[in-house]
Unconditional design. Structure first.
Length: 71
């Protein structure tokens, strides 16, 4: 019980730090997922697969943007 009381806030703070540090990655993944789902729907393909591929590509693009934005 005591372990959970200590680890839970630490995990939450870690997740918050990751979210603020990788903002471009998260936004890119979200935009990519939406775009991938829309394109998959327009071409009569599986929307879930399109969203997964779009999220992956968008996440990578957002991470690259974050790296070059900080220079």
């Amino acid at each position: 019980m005591l372990k959970m009381r200590i680890l839970t806030p630490l995990a939450g703070l870690g997740m918050l730090a990751m979210a603020t540090a990788s903002c471009g990655t998260l936004i890119g993944a979200g935009v990519g997922a939406g775009a991938g789902a829309a394109i998959a729907k327009g071409t009569d393909k599986d929307v879930g697969k399109g969203a997964l591929i779009g999220a992956g590509v968008g996440g990578v693009a957002g991470a690259v943007y974050d790296v070059y934005k900080r220079r």
